[in-house]
Design a protein around this ligand. Structure first.
Ligand code: NFS
Ligand code: SF4
Length: 653
C-alpha cells in the first residue's frame, strides 16, 4: 500500500490502480516500474540521427569531467555532447510546435469550410471575437456578412503557415519592446511551417553544429507555436465555439455513470467533442440508448479535449493524462473516442480486459487494433451519430466487473483573457487595471502560469498540488491549463471558497471581492497562448514595466512529459518568462548547454529556463524571481503592509 501511494495522490486513481491489478490489466503505472528510463538518453547524450550511430556520449558520473574527456566526448562524426544534446532538445521543440501548428491548421480548415457553408452542424458562435480578429488582421468589415469576413480571415491565417519571409502577424500583439528583442536576436518567425522544416534540416546529420545557433532556431520555432499555431488555434476555436466564460463543472472518474452509456472523448481538437455533445442528446439517440437498457448517454472528456468542452459547455472531465486507462478499468466505459496527441497506445490493450471500444477518428492518428471512424468537417454530424450508436450498441456488453470510484470534485473554469478583463474591470470598463493595481499595492504578489502534463516517473498530480499551494499561500495568483489544471481542480482548489482556505491574506481578499478561485483555469495547452495575451495586457495596462520580462511573473511545468511542453516552455522563455520544469531535464548530459539555457538565455530574452524537481523549492524559486521583479519595478515596499483597514477593504470593492 505504501508503494501504491507513491503512484498518485488522487484517491480515484489509487482505487482504479488497485482494481486494474485485481482484474489482471496492465497499466502505465506497472510499465513505469518495469521499464526504467535509459540513463544516457535521459540526459540527452544519445544521438541516433545517422546510421554510423547510435552514438552515446554520457557525462562521467559522480565527478567533474576533465577538459581532455570533454574534448573527446564526441560521436563517430565528431559531434560534441553539446551538439548532440542541443539537437535532441530543439527537435522536441520542432515536434511540439508541429503538433500545435497542425491543430491550428485543422481549426482553420474547419473555419473555412464553415464560412463557405460546407460544414454542416458548425457555425460562427462568437461574432464579437470574429470582428475583433478581423480588426487585428486588417480584414475589412464594413457591411460584409460574417461568412465573408471569416473567409478572408481564414485566408490570411492560412498564409501564416505558408509564408516564407517577413514575420508572423500575431507578433504585433506583443509589447513593442518584446518585438524589438525578437528582431535583435533574429528569432522573429517567418512562417510556421518554414521554421519547423528548417529546424528539422538544421538537425539532420552534419548541418548546424553550434549549440547557440541551434537554440536560436529553437527559439524561433517555439515562437511560431506560441504566437503562431497555438494562438491561431485558440482564436479560431473561440470564434467557432464561443470564447469561454465562467462555467461550473465536475471532474474525476466519478463523473462516469453506472446506468448510462458512457462515452469519453480524449485528445485535443474540440470539434469532435462539440459535435458529440450535440448528437448524444438527440431524442432518437436517447431512445436508442433506452432500448439497450441505458438510462441516458453520458459524455465526458479526458485530457485537453476535456478542457475545451468544459470551458464552453461545462461538460464533465473524467481525468487527466495518467487516468486514461483507468477510465477503461472502471468497466463502465462503452467507448473511448480519440483524435490526436497524448493518447497512449495502451488504451487498446487495456480495452481488451473490459468491453470498451476504442475509436480513432483522425486521419493522422490510427491505433493498430482500434476501430476507425473518420471524422472531418464535411461529415461531422453523420460521423458523430455513428460513433454514439457504436457506443450504445456496446452497452449490453459490459462484463459485470463495474466499479466507478465515488469521487468527483466541483470546479469553476472558463477564465479566458476576455473573462479576466471583464471580471476585473466590469462590463463597461473591462480592463486589467484592478489586477495591475492589486499587484502594485502588493495584495497580489505576482502571477504564475503552472501548466503541463502528468508523468509516470513522478507521483501523479503531487508536484502540481504542492507547487500551486505554495504559490497561492504566498499571494501569487496562479493561471493554469492542460493536465496541470485538472490536478488542481480534482484537489478542490478551483472553486471560489478555496481562496479563504489556501490563499494568503492579500490574494484571498482580492479573490473574495471579485468572486474568483485563487487558481484560474484558462483552458487546454494550446490556450497557453491566452497566458501570453494576458501577460501582454498586463504590460499594456501600465505600471508594471514595458515588457513581459518586467512583470512579477513566472511559469512552470512540474510534471511535464511531452514535446509540446518543451515547445511551450521555450516560447515562454523567449517571450521573457522565467520558466521552471520538474521531473527530469533533457540536457543534463551537457553542463555547458544547460548553463546556456539556465543563465545566458536571460541576457538574450529576459527569460530563462530552470530545472528543479522539488515542487516546493521550485515555487520558492519562482517567488524569489517575482520578488526580484517587484524590486526592479520599485513596488517591493508595498508588500510590507499586511493589515487591511476598512478604507482599504472598501477600495477593494
Ligand atoms: Ni498538454 Fe494536452 Fe496533458 Fe501534457 Fe498532453 S493532454 S496538450 S501535453 S499530457 S498537458
Ligand atoms: Fe553519431 Fe554523428 Fe551519426 Fe549522431 S550524427 S549518430 S553523433 S555519427
Amino acid at each position: 500500500m505504501a508503494e501504491a501511494a507513491k503512484k498518485s495522490i488522487d484517491q480515484a486513481t489509487l482505487e482504479m490502480i488497485e482494481k486494474a491489478a485485481k482484474d489482471g490489466c496492465n497499466i502505465v503505472f506497472d510499465r513505469a516500474e518495469t521499464m526504467k528510463p535509459c540513463p544516457i538518453g535521459a540526459e540527452g547524450s544519445c544521438c541516433r540521427i545517422c546510421s554510423m550511430g547510435p552514438c552515446r556520449v554520457p557525462l562521467p558520473k559522480g565527478r567533474e569531467e576533465t577538459p581532455e574527456e570533454k574534448r573527446k566526448r564526441r560521436g563517430v562524426c565528431g559531434a560534441t555532447a553539446e551538439t548532440i544534446s542541443a539537437r535532441n532538445f530543439v527537435r522536441m521543440i520542432a515536434a511540439g510546435t508541429a503538433a500545435h501548428a497542425d491543430h491550428g491548421r485543422t481549426m482553420l480548415e474547419l473555419f473555412k469550410a464553415t464560412a463557405e457553408g460546407k460544414a454542416e452542424g458548425f457555425a460562427i458562435k462568437d461574432e464579437q471575437k470574429l470582428l475583433q480578429l478581423a480588426m487585428d488582421l486588417g480584414v475589412k468589415i464594413g457591411e460584409r456578412a460574417n461568412n465573408e469576413i471569416a473567409l478572408d480571415i481564414s485566408n490570411v491565417l492560412m498564409e501564416q503557415y505558408r509564408q516564407q519571409e517577413g514575420e508572423l502577424i500575431f507578433l504585433k500583439r506583443a509589447p513593442l519592446k518584446r518585438q524589438e528583442i525578437w528582431r535583435r536576436e533574429g528569432v522573429a518567425p517567418r512562417g510556421i511551417d518554414r521554421e519547423v522544416v528548417e529546424m528539422m534540416h538544421r538537425t539532420h546529420m552534419g548541418v548546424d553544429q553550434d549549440y547557440e545557433s541551434l537554440l536560436q532556431q529553437g527559439a524561433r520555432t517555439s515562437l511560431a507555436d506560441g504566437w503562431g499555431g497555438s494562438m491561431i488555434g485558440t482564436d479560431i476555436q473561440d470564434i467557432l465555439f464561443g470564447a469561454p466564460a465562467p462555467v461550473a463543472g465536475q471532474i474525476n472518474l466519478g463523473v462516469l455513470k453506472a446506468d448510462q452509456v458512457n462515452i469519453i472523448v480524449h485528445g485535443h481538437e474540440p470539434q469532435l467533442a462539440e459535435m458529440l455533445a450535440v448528437v448524444s442528446q438527440e431524442p432518437e439517440m436517447l431512445k436508442y440508448a433506452e432500448s439497450k437498457g441505458a438510462k441516458g448517454i453520458n459524455l465526458a472528456g479526458m485530457c485537453c479535449t476535456a478542457n475545451e468542452v468544459l470551458m464552453r459547455h461545462g461538460l464533465p472531465i473524467a481525468g487527466n493524462f495518467l487516468q486514461q486507462e483507468l477510465a477503461i478499468v472502471t468497466g463502465a466505459l462503452e467507448a473511448m473516442v480519440v483524435d490526436v496527441q497524448c493518447i497512449m497506445q495502451a488504451i487498446e490493450e487495456a480495452a481488451k480486459c473490459y468491453h470498451t471500444r476504442i475509436l480513432t477518428t483522425n486521419p493522422r492518428a490510427h491505433i493498430r487494433g482500434a476501430e476507425h471512424v473518420e471524422f472531418d468537417e464535411h461529415n461531422a454530424v453523420e460521423a458523430a451519430r455513428k460513433i454514439v450508436r457504436m457506443a450504445i450498441d456496446n452497452f449490453p456488453n459490459r462484463k459485470g466487473n463495474v466499479q466507478i470510484p465515488d469521487i468527483k470534485t466541483d470546479l469553476v473554469a472558463g477564465f479566458s483573457h476576455e473573462t479576466i478583463n471583464y471580471l476585473m474591470g466590469g462590463m463597461f470598463r473591462a480592463s486589467y487595471r484592478p489586477l495591475n493595481d492589486n499587484i502594485i499595492n502588493g495584495r497580489i504578489r505576482g502571477v504564475a502560469g503552472v501548466v503541463g502534463c502528468n508523468n509516470a516517473r513522478t507521483t501523479h498530480d503531487e508536484a502540481h498540488l504542492l507547487m500551486v499551494k505554495e504559490l497561492i499561500k504566498n499571494d501569487v495568483l496562479v493561471l493554469q491549463t492542460g493536465c496541470a489544471a485538472m490536478a488542481l481542480a480534482k484537489a478542490g482548489l478551483m472553486v471560489p471558497e478555496a481562496a479563504s482556505k489556501y490563499a494568503g491574506a492579500g490574494l484571498a481578499e482580492v479573490c473574495e471581492t471579485v468572486g474568483i478561485p485563487p487558481v484560474l483555469h484558462m483552458g487546454a495547452c494550446v490556450d497557453n497562448s491566452r497566458i501570453l495575451v494576458a501577460a501582454t495586457a498586463m504590460v499594456k495596462e501600465g505600471g508594471l514595466g514595458d515588457d513581459i520580462s518586467d512583470l512579477p511573473a513566472a511559469g512552470a511545468a512540474p510534471e511535464w512529459m511531452s514535446e509540446k511542453a518543451i515547445a511551450i516552455g521555450q516560447y515562454f522563455v523567449a517571450s521573457g518568462v522565467y520558466t521552471v520544469f520538474g521531473t527530469t531535464w533533457p540536457t543534463t548530459g551537457s553542463p555547458e548547454l544547460s548553463e546556456f539555457l539556465f543563465k545566458d538565455m536571460e541576457t538574450k530574452y529576459g527569460g530563462k529556463w530552470a530545472f528543479e524537481p522539488d515542487p516546493v523549492k521550485a515555487a520558492q524559486m519562482m517567488i524569489a524571481h517575482i520578488d526580484a521583479k517587484r524590486k526592479a519595478l520599485g513596488i517591493d515596499k508595498s508588500r510590507e503592509r499586511v493589515l487591511y483597514d476598512m478604507a482599504m477593504r472598501r477600495e477593494l470593492g
